[in-house]
Design a protein around this ligand. Sequence first.
Ligand code: FAD
Length: 415
Amino acid sequence: MVTNVEVLIIGAGPSGCVAAAHLINEGVNVKIIEKNKFPRFVIGESLLPRCMDHFEEVGLLEPLQKIGFEIKRGARFLKNDVVCNFDFSKKFTEGWDWTWQVPRADFDSVLVNEIIKKGADVQFEQEVIDVKINSNGKSVIDVKDKSGEVYTINANFIIDSSGYGRVLPRILGLDKPSELPKHSSIFTHVKDINRPEGEEGTLITFDVLDTNTWFWVIPFSNGNTSIGFVSTTEYIDSFKGNNTERLKEMLKLSKYYYNRFKDVEFSFEPKCIKNYSKSVSQIYGKGYALTGNSAEFLDPVFSSGVTFATESALAAAKLVVKEVNGETADWEKDYDSYIKEGVGVFSSYVKEWYTGNLQTLFFHRPENPEVKRQICAVLAGYVWDKTNPFVKKHNRAISTLAHMLNMMENEKANL
Ligand code: FAD
Protein backbone atom coordinates (compact mmCIF):
# COMPACT_ATOMS: atom_id res chain seq x y z
CA MET A 1 0.00 0.00 0.00
CA VAL A 2 1.40 3.44 -0.90
CA THR A 3 -0.17 6.72 0.21
CA ASN A 4 0.69 10.13 -1.24
CA VAL A 5 0.44 13.28 0.87
CA GLU A 6 1.58 16.86 0.56
CA VAL A 7 2.83 17.10 4.15
CA LEU A 8 3.49 14.28 6.59
CA ILE A 9 3.66 15.24 10.27
CA ILE A 10 5.33 12.85 12.69
CA GLY A 11 3.72 13.06 16.15
CA ALA A 12 0.42 14.52 17.40
CA GLY A 13 1.70 16.50 20.42
CA PRO A 14 1.13 20.28 20.62
CA SER A 15 3.74 20.88 17.95
CA GLY A 16 2.27 18.45 15.43
CA CYS A 17 -1.29 19.63 16.13
CA VAL A 18 -0.52 23.35 15.73
CA ALA A 19 1.37 22.69 12.49
CA ALA A 20 -1.51 20.54 11.21
CA ALA A 21 -4.15 23.09 12.19
CA HIS A 22 -2.41 25.87 10.25
CA LEU A 23 -1.87 23.68 7.19
CA ILE A 24 -5.50 22.51 7.17
CA ASN A 25 -6.71 26.10 7.58
CA GLU A 26 -4.69 26.96 4.47
CA GLY A 27 -6.09 24.02 2.50
CA VAL A 28 -2.91 21.90 2.50
CA ASN A 29 -3.27 18.11 2.40
CA VAL A 30 -1.72 16.71 5.61
CA LYS A 31 -1.44 13.37 7.37
CA ILE A 32 -0.24 12.76 10.94
CA ILE A 33 1.33 9.52 12.10
CA GLU A 34 1.23 9.12 15.90
CA LYS A 35 2.94 6.25 17.68
CA ASN A 36 0.69 6.20 20.72
CA LYS A 37 -2.95 5.78 21.47
CA PHE A 38 -4.42 9.00 22.98
CA PRO A 39 -4.87 10.05 25.73
CA ARG A 40 -1.22 9.39 26.54
CA PHE A 41 0.96 10.73 29.36
CA VAL A 42 3.64 13.27 28.57
CA ILE A 43 5.40 15.70 30.90
CA GLY A 44 5.32 19.48 30.22
CA GLU A 45 2.34 20.79 32.12
CA SER A 46 3.07 24.44 32.82
CA LEU A 47 2.39 26.59 29.75
CA LEU A 48 3.49 30.15 28.94
CA PRO A 49 1.18 33.00 27.86
CA ARG A 50 2.95 33.23 24.49
CA CYS A 51 1.55 29.86 23.37
CA MET A 52 -2.00 31.26 23.68
CA ASP A 53 -1.17 33.42 20.64
CA HIS A 54 -0.42 30.27 18.66
CA PHE A 55 -3.54 28.37 19.71
CA GLU A 56 -5.65 31.45 18.96
CA GLU A 57 -4.10 32.00 15.55
CA VAL A 58 -4.80 28.43 14.36
CA GLY A 59 -8.29 28.20 15.90
CA LEU A 60 -7.49 25.79 18.73
CA LEU A 61 -8.07 28.16 21.65
CA GLU A 62 -11.84 27.93 21.92
CA PRO A 63 -12.06 24.15 22.47
CA LEU A 64 -9.29 24.40 25.08
CA GLN A 65 -11.14 27.20 26.90
CA LYS A 66 -14.18 24.98 27.34
CA ILE A 67 -12.32 22.42 29.46
CA GLY A 68 -11.69 24.57 32.53
CA PHE A 69 -7.98 23.91 32.96
CA GLU A 70 -6.35 25.62 35.95
CA ILE A 71 -5.53 29.22 35.09
CA LYS A 72 -1.88 30.20 35.45
CA ARG A 73 -1.42 33.95 35.99
CA GLY A 74 2.25 33.88 36.90
CA ALA A 75 4.81 31.73 38.69
CA ARG A 76 6.12 31.62 42.22
CA PHE A 77 9.74 30.88 43.09
CA LEU A 78 10.71 30.12 46.69
CA LYS A 79 14.14 30.01 48.25
CA ASN A 80 14.33 29.47 51.97
CA ASP A 81 12.09 32.23 53.32
CA VAL A 82 12.25 34.50 50.28
CA VAL A 83 9.37 34.48 47.79
CA CYS A 84 9.63 35.78 44.24
CA ASN A 85 6.22 36.08 42.57
CA PHE A 86 5.93 36.84 38.89
CA ASP A 87 2.59 38.24 37.75
CA PHE A 88 2.15 38.08 33.97
CA SER A 89 -0.15 41.12 34.03
CA LYS A 90 2.88 43.16 35.10
CA LYS A 91 5.19 42.14 32.29
CA PHE A 92 7.15 44.55 30.07
CA THR A 93 5.86 43.24 26.72
CA GLU A 94 2.25 43.46 25.52
CA GLY A 95 0.53 40.12 25.18
CA TRP A 96 -1.38 37.42 27.00
CA ASP A 97 -1.20 37.70 30.77
CA TRP A 98 -2.45 34.24 31.60
CA THR A 99 -2.29 30.68 30.40
CA TRP A 100 -2.97 27.22 31.88
CA GLN A 101 -1.36 24.47 33.91
CA VAL A 102 -2.60 21.24 32.36
CA PRO A 103 -2.52 17.47 32.60
CA ARG A 104 -1.08 16.89 29.14
CA ALA A 105 -3.00 13.67 28.50
CA ASP A 106 -6.23 15.71 28.55
CA PHE A 107 -4.81 18.82 26.93
CA ASP A 108 -3.20 17.00 24.00
CA SER A 109 -6.39 14.97 23.43
CA VAL A 110 -8.40 18.17 23.03
CA LEU A 111 -5.90 19.41 20.45
CA VAL A 112 -5.83 16.24 18.41
CA ASN A 113 -9.61 15.76 18.50
CA GLU A 114 -10.03 19.30 17.26
CA ILE A 115 -7.72 18.86 14.30
CA ILE A 116 -9.53 15.61 13.45
CA LYS A 117 -12.76 17.66 13.46
CA LYS A 118 -11.07 20.10 11.10
CA GLY A 119 -10.46 17.17 8.75
CA ALA A 120 -6.93 15.99 9.62
CA ASP A 121 -6.08 12.38 8.78
CA VAL A 122 -4.48 11.20 12.06
CA GLN A 123 -3.30 7.60 12.36
CA PHE A 124 -2.76 6.53 15.98
CA GLU A 125 -0.66 3.56 17.11
CA GLN A 126 1.42 3.76 13.97
CA GLU A 127 5.13 4.44 14.03
CA VAL A 128 7.43 6.09 11.53
CA ILE A 129 10.33 3.65 11.34
CA ASP A 130 12.31 4.91 8.38
CA VAL A 131 12.58 7.97 6.15
CA LYS A 132 14.45 8.51 2.91
CA ILE A 133 14.63 12.06 1.60
CA ASN A 134 15.54 12.38 -2.10
CA SER A 135 17.68 15.17 -3.47
CA ASN A 136 14.53 16.97 -4.70
CA GLY A 137 13.21 17.06 -1.09
CA LYS A 138 10.45 14.50 -1.64
CA SER A 139 10.48 11.64 0.81
CA VAL A 140 9.54 8.02 1.20
CA ILE A 141 8.43 7.10 4.72
CA ASP A 142 8.05 3.61 6.16
CA VAL A 143 5.29 3.31 8.73
CA LYS A 144 4.60 0.31 10.96
CA ASP A 145 0.93 -0.08 11.82
CA LYS A 146 -0.62 -1.62 14.93
CA SER A 147 -0.51 -5.12 13.50
CA GLY A 148 3.17 -4.83 12.62
CA GLU A 149 2.56 -4.38 8.88
CA VAL A 150 4.82 -1.85 7.20
CA TYR A 151 3.45 0.47 4.52
CA THR A 152 4.86 3.42 2.60
CA ILE A 153 3.92 7.09 2.42
CA ASN A 154 5.25 9.48 -0.22
CA ALA A 155 5.36 13.06 1.03
CA ASN A 156 6.46 16.33 -0.52
CA PHE A 157 7.44 17.64 2.92
CA ILE A 158 7.96 16.22 6.41
CA ILE A 159 7.40 18.09 9.67
CA ASP A 160 9.06 16.08 12.41
CA SER A 161 7.18 16.85 15.65
CA SER A 162 8.06 13.53 17.27
CA GLY A 163 9.30 15.02 20.56
CA TYR A 164 11.70 12.69 22.36
CA GLY A 165 11.05 10.17 19.54
CA ARG A 166 13.48 12.45 17.61
CA VAL A 167 12.78 10.55 14.43
CA LEU A 168 14.66 12.64 11.86
CA PRO A 169 17.56 13.60 14.16
CA ARG A 170 18.18 9.87 14.64
CA ILE A 171 17.69 8.79 11.03
CA LEU A 172 19.55 11.72 9.45
CA GLY A 173 22.28 11.81 12.13
CA LEU A 174 21.44 15.36 13.26
CA ASP A 175 21.78 14.85 17.03
CA LYS A 176 24.24 17.20 18.69
CA PRO A 177 25.21 17.26 22.38
CA SER A 178 23.43 20.02 24.29
CA GLU A 179 25.60 22.85 25.63
CA LEU A 180 23.72 22.73 28.91
CA PRO A 181 24.96 20.79 31.94
CA LYS A 182 23.60 17.26 32.37
CA HIS A 183 20.42 17.45 34.42
CA SER A 184 17.72 14.89 35.11
CA SER A 185 14.25 14.85 36.57
CA ILE A 186 12.02 12.56 38.58
CA PHE A 187 8.27 13.25 38.79
CA THR A 188 4.75 11.95 39.25
CA HIS A 189 1.15 13.08 39.85
CA VAL A 190 -0.64 12.90 43.20
CA LYS A 191 -4.20 13.16 44.37
CA ASP A 192 -3.69 16.43 46.25
CA ILE A 193 -5.77 15.63 49.34
CA ASN A 194 -3.96 18.18 51.53
CA ARG A 195 -4.32 21.02 49.03
CA PRO A 196 -4.93 24.30 50.93
CA GLU A 197 -8.00 26.39 50.14
CA GLY A 198 -7.71 29.49 47.97
CA GLU A 199 -4.83 30.75 45.87
CA GLU A 200 -2.14 28.84 47.78
CA GLY A 201 -3.67 25.57 46.58
CA THR A 202 -3.60 26.51 42.91
CA LEU A 203 -0.27 28.34 42.66
CA ILE A 204 2.37 26.89 40.41
CA THR A 205 5.57 26.96 42.43
CA PHE A 206 9.24 26.25 42.03
CA ASP A 207 10.88 25.55 45.37
CA VAL A 208 14.58 26.26 44.88
CA LEU A 209 16.60 23.93 47.10
CA ASP A 210 20.10 24.81 45.92
CA THR A 211 21.67 26.24 42.76
CA ASN A 212 21.11 23.02 40.81
CA THR A 213 18.14 21.47 42.57
CA TRP A 214 14.51 22.55 42.51
CA PHE A 215 11.10 21.06 43.12
CA TRP A 216 8.00 21.82 41.03
CA VAL A 217 4.38 21.86 42.21
CA ILE A 218 1.79 22.22 39.44
CA PRO A 219 -1.81 21.94 40.69
CA PHE A 220 -4.46 20.94 38.14
CA SER A 221 -8.15 21.83 38.20
CA ASN A 222 -9.04 18.10 38.45
CA GLY A 223 -7.70 17.94 42.04
CA ASN A 224 -4.43 16.26 41.05
CA THR A 225 -1.04 17.92 41.26
CA SER A 226 2.17 17.29 39.37
CA ILE A 227 5.29 17.16 41.53
CA GLY A 228 8.85 16.70 40.41
CA PHE A 229 12.50 17.29 41.18
CA VAL A 230 15.24 18.51 38.89
CA SER A 231 18.94 18.39 39.61
CA THR A 232 22.26 17.27 38.24
CA THR A 233 22.12 13.71 36.98
CA GLU A 234 24.76 12.82 39.54
CA TYR A 235 22.62 14.07 42.44
CA ILE A 236 19.42 12.43 41.17
CA ASP A 237 21.36 9.18 40.74
CA SER A 238 22.61 9.39 44.32
CA PHE A 239 19.09 8.54 45.56
CA LYS A 240 18.77 4.78 45.69
CA GLY A 241 15.85 2.38 45.39
CA ASN A 242 12.94 2.36 43.00
CA ASN A 243 11.53 5.66 41.71
CA THR A 244 8.81 5.77 44.39
CA GLU A 245 11.40 5.36 47.15
CA ARG A 246 13.70 7.93 45.58
CA LEU A 247 10.96 10.55 45.16
CA LYS A 248 9.67 9.97 48.70
CA GLU A 249 13.18 10.53 50.03
CA MET A 250 13.63 13.67 47.94
CA LEU A 251 10.37 15.14 49.24
CA LYS A 252 12.15 15.64 52.56
CA LEU A 253 14.29 18.29 50.82
CA SER A 254 11.35 20.66 50.45
CA LYS A 255 10.60 22.11 53.88
CA TYR A 256 7.77 24.17 52.43
CA TYR A 257 5.91 21.27 50.83
CA TYR A 258 6.92 18.21 52.82
CA ASN A 259 3.81 18.11 54.99
CA ARG A 260 1.45 18.58 52.04
CA PHE A 261 2.89 15.68 50.07
CA LYS A 262 4.59 13.33 52.53
CA ASP A 263 1.64 10.95 52.92
CA VAL A 264 -0.13 11.29 49.59
CA GLU A 265 -0.27 8.37 47.21
CA PHE A 266 1.49 8.70 43.87
CA SER A 267 -0.90 8.23 40.94
CA PHE A 268 1.78 6.24 39.10
CA GLU A 269 5.31 5.02 39.67
CA PRO A 270 7.41 8.19 39.31
CA LYS A 271 9.15 8.55 35.98
CA CYS A 272 12.75 9.59 35.58
CA ILE A 273 14.09 11.36 32.50
CA LYS A 274 17.87 11.45 32.52
CA ASN A 275 19.94 14.09 30.72
CA TYR A 276 16.85 15.64 29.20
CA SER A 277 18.51 18.52 27.27
CA LYS A 278 18.67 17.82 23.51
CA SER A 279 20.01 19.65 20.52
CA VAL A 280 20.57 19.17 16.79
CA SER A 281 23.06 20.34 14.19
CA GLN A 282 20.31 21.78 11.91
CA ILE A 283 16.59 22.35 12.32
CA TYR A 284 15.55 22.22 8.67
CA GLY A 285 16.77 20.88 5.36
CA LYS A 286 15.41 20.35 1.86
CA GLY A 287 12.00 18.75 2.29
CA TYR A 288 11.86 18.74 6.08
CA ALA A 289 11.69 20.77 9.29
CA LEU A 290 12.15 19.74 12.90
CA THR A 291 9.78 21.37 15.39
CA GLY A 292 9.34 21.24 19.17
CA ASN A 293 11.34 18.81 21.23
CA SER A 294 12.52 16.97 18.16
CA ALA A 295 14.59 20.06 17.38
CA GLU A 296 15.68 21.25 20.81
CA PHE A 297 14.90 20.90 24.47
CA LEU A 298 16.64 23.10 26.98
CA ASP A 299 15.35 22.70 30.52
CA PRO A 300 12.01 22.69 32.34
CA VAL A 301 12.89 25.55 34.71
CA PHE A 302 11.11 28.25 32.68
CA SER A 303 8.40 26.02 31.17
CA SER A 304 9.39 26.99 27.64
CA GLY A 305 8.99 23.52 26.03
CA VAL A 306 5.39 23.59 24.79
CA THR A 307 5.62 27.26 23.79
CA PHE A 308 8.73 26.59 21.73
CA ALA A 309 6.97 23.53 20.27
CA THR A 310 4.00 25.60 19.08
CA GLU A 311 6.09 28.62 18.02
CA SER A 312 8.35 26.47 15.83
CA ALA A 313 5.39 24.47 14.48
CA LEU A 314 3.55 27.58 13.37
CA ALA A 315 6.66 29.18 11.85
CA ALA A 316 7.47 25.97 9.92
CA ALA A 317 3.86 25.47 8.77
CA LYS A 318 3.71 29.04 7.41
CA LEU A 319 6.82 28.44 5.32
CA VAL A 320 5.46 25.12 4.05
CA VAL A 321 2.29 26.91 2.90
CA LYS A 322 4.44 29.38 0.96
CA GLU A 323 6.26 26.52 -0.77
CA VAL A 324 3.00 24.75 -1.58
CA ASN A 325 1.72 27.99 -3.12
CA GLY A 326 4.85 28.27 -5.26
CA GLU A 327 6.26 31.23 -3.33
CA THR A 328 9.84 31.46 -2.07
CA ALA A 329 10.26 30.44 1.56
CA ASP A 330 13.29 31.86 3.36
CA TRP A 331 13.92 29.01 5.79
CA GLU A 332 17.27 30.40 6.90
CA LYS A 333 15.85 33.76 8.00
CA ASP A 334 12.25 32.95 8.91
CA TYR A 335 12.89 29.60 10.56
CA ASP A 336 16.48 28.91 11.55
CA SER A 337 17.44 32.44 12.63
CA TYR A 338 14.03 33.25 14.08
CA ILE A 339 13.79 30.09 16.20
CA LYS A 340 17.43 30.21 17.25
CA GLU A 341 16.95 33.81 18.42
CA GLY A 342 14.21 32.74 20.85
CA VAL A 343 16.05 29.60 21.92
CA GLY A 344 19.15 31.73 22.46
CA VAL A 345 17.32 33.97 24.96
CA PHE A 346 15.91 31.03 26.92
CA SER A 347 19.25 29.29 26.75
CA SER A 348 20.96 32.29 28.42
CA TYR A 349 18.31 32.28 31.15
CA VAL A 350 18.73 28.55 31.76
CA LYS A 351 22.52 28.86 31.89
CA GLU A 352 22.32 31.83 34.25
CA TRP A 353 19.81 29.98 36.42
CA TYR A 354 22.32 27.22 37.04
CA THR A 355 25.27 29.61 37.51
CA GLY A 356 23.14 31.08 40.29
CA ASN A 357 23.17 34.59 38.77
CA LEU A 358 19.49 34.58 37.86
CA GLN A 359 18.61 33.23 41.28
CA THR A 360 20.50 36.22 42.74
CA LEU A 361 18.22 38.54 40.73
CA PHE A 362 15.05 36.67 41.73
CA PHE A 363 15.76 36.55 45.43
CA HIS A 364 17.65 39.79 46.10
CA ARG A 365 15.73 42.20 48.31
CA PRO A 366 14.50 44.88 47.82
CA GLU A 367 13.23 43.93 44.36
CA ASN A 368 13.76 46.18 41.35
CA PRO A 369 10.25 46.45 39.81
CA GLU A 370 11.46 47.49 36.34
CA VAL A 371 13.94 44.62 36.08
CA LYS A 372 11.22 42.28 37.29
CA ARG A 373 8.78 43.46 34.60
CA GLN A 374 11.41 42.85 31.94
CA ILE A 375 12.31 39.37 33.20
CA CYS A 376 8.60 38.60 33.61
CA ALA A 377 8.07 39.17 29.85
CA VAL A 378 10.74 36.57 29.12
CA LEU A 379 9.13 34.12 31.55
CA ALA A 380 5.83 34.70 29.71
CA GLY A 381 7.56 33.59 26.49
CA TYR A 382 7.84 36.99 24.77
CA VAL A 383 11.47 36.46 23.88
CA TRP A 384 11.48 38.19 20.51
CA ASP A 385 10.76 41.69 21.86
CA LYS A 386 14.07 43.50 21.40
CA THR A 387 12.72 46.63 23.08
CA ASN A 388 13.09 44.60 26.28
CA PRO A 389 16.66 45.10 27.53
CA PHE A 390 16.50 41.67 29.19
CA VAL A 391 15.85 40.16 25.75
CA LYS A 392 18.21 42.35 23.75
CA LYS A 393 21.16 41.91 26.09
CA HIS A 394 20.21 38.45 27.30
CA ASN A 395 23.73 37.12 27.41
CA ARG A 396 25.12 39.97 29.53
CA ALA A 397 22.28 41.64 31.43
CA ILE A 398 21.79 38.91 34.02
CA SER A 399 25.45 38.34 34.92
CA THR A 400 26.22 42.08 35.01
CA LEU A 401 23.36 42.85 37.38
CA ALA A 402 24.00 39.79 39.56
CA HIS A 403 27.65 40.81 39.84
CA MET A 404 26.63 44.31 41.01
CA LEU A 405 24.17 42.94 43.55
CA ASN A 406 26.75 40.49 44.89
CA MET A 407 29.30 43.32 45.23
CA MET A 408 26.77 45.45 47.10
CA GLU A 409 26.02 42.55 49.46
CA ASN A 410 29.73 41.98 50.06
CA GLU A 411 30.25 45.68 50.80
CA LYS A 412 27.34 45.65 53.25
CA ALA A 413 28.76 42.56 54.97
CA ASN A 414 32.18 44.24 55.29
CA LEU A 415 30.84 47.43 56.90
P1 FAD B 1 5.50 15.68 22.40
O1 FAD B 1 4.46 16.36 23.16
O2 FAD B 1 6.45 14.80 23.12
O3 FAD B 1 4.80 14.84 21.24
C1 FAD B 1 5.54 14.02 20.38
C2 FAD B 1 4.64 12.92 19.84
O4 FAD B 1 5.35 12.19 18.84
C3 FAD B 1 4.26 11.91 20.92
O5 FAD B 1 2.86 11.82 21.05
C4 FAD B 1 4.91 10.61 20.45
O6 FAD B 1 4.12 9.46 20.73
C5 FAD B 1 5.03 10.82 18.94
N1 FAD B 1 6.10 10.02 18.32
C6 FAD B 1 7.34 9.79 18.81
N2 FAD B 1 8.03 8.98 17.97
C7 FAD B 1 7.20 8.70 16.94
C8 FAD B 1 7.33 7.90 15.77
N3 FAD B 1 8.45 7.23 15.49
N4 FAD B 1 6.27 7.82 14.92
C9 FAD B 1 5.11 8.49 15.19
N5 FAD B 1 4.93 9.24 16.29
C10 FAD B 1 5.97 9.35 17.15
N6 FAD B 1 7.38 22.05 28.77
C11 FAD B 1 6.57 23.04 29.15
O7 FAD B 1 6.10 23.81 28.32
N7 FAD B 1 6.23 23.21 30.47
C12 FAD B 1 6.73 22.40 31.46
O8 FAD B 1 6.39 22.56 32.62
C13 FAD B 1 7.62 21.36 31.08
N8 FAD B 1 8.14 20.52 31.99
C14 FAD B 1 9.01 19.54 31.60
C15 FAD B 1 9.61 18.73 32.56
C16 FAD B 1 10.55 17.77 32.18
C17 FAD B 1 11.21 16.92 33.23
C18 FAD B 1 10.88 17.61 30.81
C19 FAD B 1 11.88 16.60 30.38
C20 FAD B 1 10.26 18.39 29.85
C21 FAD B 1 9.34 19.37 30.23
N9 FAD B 1 8.72 20.19 29.27
C22 FAD B 1 7.92 21.21 29.68
C23 FAD B 1 8.97 20.02 27.84
C24 FAD B 1 7.79 19.36 27.14
O9 FAD B 1 7.64 18.05 27.60
C25 FAD B 1 8.03 19.34 25.64
O10 FAD B 1 8.72 20.49 25.23
C26 FAD B 1 6.75 19.26 24.82
O11 FAD B 1 5.97 18.16 25.20
C27 FAD B 1 7.13 19.17 23.36
O12 FAD B 1 5.98 19.00 22.56
P2 FAD B 1 6.14 18.25 21.17
O13 FAD B 1 4.82 18.38 20.49
O14 FAD B 1 7.38 18.68 20.50
O15 FAD B 1 6.41 16.71 21.58
